[in-house]
Structure formats: structure tokens, C-alpha cells
Design a protein around this ligand. Structure first.
Ligand SMILES: NC(=O)c1ccc[n+]([C@@H]2O[C@H](COP(=O)([O-])OP(=O)(O)OC[C@H]3O[C@@H](n4cnc5c(N)ncnc54)[C@H](OP(=O)(O)O)[C@@H]3O)[C@@H](O)[C@H]2O)c1
Length: 353
């Protein structure tokens, strides 16, 4: 292993997002001197084969005041309560924290950053940086060039979200239910979701707080989009639906712009936008699909067309891998930006690999 580079903590290293963050740090040759994998007490002592930057194994550790000392960077994907408790402690110990949970996203002094959309927000970080919600992330990558050209007055969003967005247990539940039903067996009582997810569509992605008629996922889409684009005046309607797709979120988005924008010009803008691939030839059945986006780092846009009910609105279909661009890829891109901009706390003259 190189003696140069950063000492990096990956918290939630055994999870779907954590596993991918480890792989991306390795594949993108992020300048890491050492990576330490943290997970729950259940996993402490387990070995993550080939997960180290040099392809060696990592031994899973537990979080303690002693074990979190001496890091330059900490990438968190262990849920909101772990981030609430441990992200400030890592930051106080000198690490720059990039957090995948929703815990810090709406806090005023915490930048909420998408690498292609608002990278300059990183400049003001004070130790914790928030990675947006997956469905927000992919949408704002596609909306940014439209926003810059024509402004955005209103969005009407319907999502078709994969079960991997809920965690590993949800993927197992979909596969178990599907297998049972195909073999004409009764399914177990649903555990992760309120209803059977196999062969179904649940208008209930996220959770309803008592007395709230929107799920927290819908509220994240509304609030995080405004924060990232820096425009609280955008009016947003969101319905988040969980569908029996293993991985890759799809979104039907109606975009009402402030000035008129033709579908042709929108296609041109999107084709030139960083991180976006336009797949838009419906007569040849070419449009983005979750199964194709899964495993890819980009955001895919198609079905770009004039809303026939509004002269200043366009409809489009936006698809991305929720575990990659929706979480791990953006987190590692933010780490790269912090490195390039000299914004990593506790930096020890790292050298680029
Ligand atoms: N899935 C997505 O599409 C997506 C997108 C954006 C953001 N996120 C966010 O990323 C986070 C993780 O999602 P995921 O899909 O990767 O979940 P996951 O597969 O269920 O993994 C959860 C990870 O958290 C660890 N963990 C749980 N309790 C812990 C504790 N007390 N101390 C330390 N580590 C603990 C788990 O360790 P064990 O293996 O030991 O249990 C595991 O490594 C969540 O905050 C989620 O909201 C997910």
C-alpha cells in the first residue's frame, strides 16, 4: 500500500452503499493511505475480501471514541441515527465527513452537494457534507441545465423506485416473495413494506409521519431539490412509488419552465450536460430503462416531449442507479472534489495515486 494519501473511514462498509463506496475508492484510485471499514457489532471481526485499496482484505471494526481517531475523511452510509451520533464526533476528531443519510441534509450550515450541480457549495463546509437522497440526486443532475437556461417554475414528479433503495432486507423480501408466488406458495407476512411488493406498486415509498399526508421521501424530493438548486420558489408536487424492481430508480418528471424551452433545445442541453446521457428515440423503443442503468454511474434521460397541456412545460423520463449516482458514486465524487480543492480536514500532504 502507498504510504501517501488519506486515512479514510467507511462507516456502514458491509451495506449495499458502503460496499460500492469501497469498490469505487479502489477503482477510481482515490489517494488512500489506509481504509478502515466500520459496521455494527454484528459484523465486527468479519473480513471484507479484496476491499482494501490495494486489493487486500479489510477487517470490520466497531465505532468507539478510540477507533474513530486520526481520519482525514469519513464516508457514512449506516443510516440517520448512526450519522447523528458519530458524524460530529468524526468531524471533531479532524475528518471531513460525507454522509449518505438524511440526518444532516437540511441543516443550514451543512452543504448538500451533487458533484455536477453545485460543487461550489463544498467550499463552505464545516466538517460534515450531505449527499442528497437518491431520487433527488438523479433528478437535479438532469434539471440543472434546464434550470440554467430557462428557469423552473414548477415540477410534477412521479417516481418508480427500486427496492434496493430501502436496503438489503428489502431486496431479499422482493426476491423471496417473487419466488414463493411463482411456486404457488403463500408469502410470509410483509416485513419491510406495509404490503406485498412482488407484482405490485406501492404509493408509499418512504414513511408517513403521524398526521402527514406526504411520505418523508416525497418531502425530501421537494426540500432537497430547492436547497441544491438554491431556489425556494420552485413549486413541487411529488408522488413516490415503490415498484418491484431490484435496482435503478425511474422518474416521470413534468418540468414547467419560466421561459419557453423546446424539446429539441432541452435534448441539446441535456446531451451536453455532465453526467447525463440522452436515450430518446421512442419509435425505435429507445429510452432509459432501470435494468440498463443498474451498474452505471450516469443519469439517463429520454421521452423528452412537450406537455400538450402547457406551452411552457416538458415531460421527461429520468433513470439512474440509486446505489451508484444516487449514493456511492456521488459520495466518492465529493471526496475527489474535496481533495482537488484542498478542502479535506487534517490533510497530510497526500499525493494523487
Ligand atoms: N440504498 C440506496 O439507494 C440509498 C441511496 C441513498 C442513500 N442511502 C442511505 O445510505 C444508508 C445505507 O443504505 P444501504 O442501502 O447501504 O443499507 P444497508 O445495505 O442496509 O447497510 C446498512 C449498513 O449500516 C451498518 N450499520 C447498521 N447499524 C450500525 C451500527 N449501529 N453501527 C455501525 N454500522 C451500522 C450495517 O452494518 P451491518 O452489516 O453490521 O448490519 C451496514 O453496513 C442509509 O442511510 C440510506 O438512507 C441509501
Amino acid at each position: 500500500m502507498s504510504t501517501d494519501g488519506y486515512r479514510i473511514a467507511v462507516v456502514g462498509a458491509t451495506g449495499q452503499v458502503g460496499t460500492l463506496m469501497l469498490a469505487l475508492l479502489r477503482e477510481r484510485e482515490f489517494p488512500a493511505r489506509e481504509v478502515v471499514a466500520f459496521a455494527s457489532e454484528r459484523s465486527v471481526g468479519n473480513v471484507l475480501g479484496g476491499a482494501a485499496p490495494d486489493g487486500g482484505d479489510l477487517l470490520v471494526q466497531g465505532l468507539s471514541e478510540e477507533s474513530i481517531q486520526g481520519f482525514d475523511l469519513a464516508l457514512f452510509s449506516a443510516g440517520g441515527s448512526i450519522s447523528g451520533e458519530w458524524a460530529p464526533r468524526f468531524a471533531a476528531a479532524g475528518a471531513a465527513v460525507i454522509d449518505n443519510s438524511s440526518r444532516w441534509r437540511m441543516q443550514e450550515d451543512v452543504p448538500l452537494v451533487v458533484s455536477e450541480v453545485n460543487p461550489d457549495a463544498l467550499d463552505s463546509h464545516r466538517g460534515i457534507i450531505a449527499n442528497p437522497n437518491c431520487s433527488t440526486m438523479q433528478m437535479v443532475v438532469a434539471l440543472k441545465p434546464i434550470y440554467d437556461e430557462a428557469g423552473i417554475e414548477r415540477l410534477v414528479i412521479s417516481t418508480y423506485q427500486a427496492v434496493s433503495g430501502t436496503g438489503k432486507r428489502a431486496v431479499d423480501e422482493l426476491l423471496d416473495q417473487t419466488h414463493a408466488l411463482l411456486h404457488e406458495r403463500e408469502i410470509d407476512t410483509p416485513d419491510t413494506y406495509a404490503h406485498q411488493i412482488a407484482f405490485n406498486a406501492l404509493p408509499h415509498a418512504g414513511d408517513f409521519a403521524v398526521g402527514e399526508d406526504h411520505t418523508d421521501e416525497e418531502l425530501k424530493l421537494i426540500n432537497e431539490t430547492r436547497k441544491i438548486l438554491g431556489d425556494p420558489s420552485i413549486r413541487i408536487s411529488a408522488t413516490c412509488v415503490r415498484v418491484p424492481v431490484v435496482n435503478g430508480h425511474s422518474e416521470a418528471v413534468n418540468v414547467q419552465t419560466r421561459s419557453e424551452l423546446s424539446p429539441e433545445r432541452a435534448r441539446e442541453l441535456l446531451a451536453a450536460a455532465p453526467g447525463v446521457t440522452v436515450l430518446d428515440d421512442p419509435s425505435a423503443a429507445l429510452y432509459p430503462l432501470a435494468i440498463d442503468a443498474s451498474g452505471q454511474d450516469g443519469v439517463f434521460v429520454g421521452r423528452i416531449r412537450r406537455d400538450r397541456g402547457h406551452e411552457r412545460a416538458l415531460d421527461m423520463w429520468i433513470v439512474a442507479d440509486n446505489l451508484r449516482k444516487g449514493a456511492a458514486t456521488n459520495a466518492v465524487e465529493l471526496a475527489e472534489l474535496l481533495h482537488e480543492r484542498g478542502l479535506v480536514h487534517g490533510q497530510r500532504t497526500p499525493s494523487v495515486a
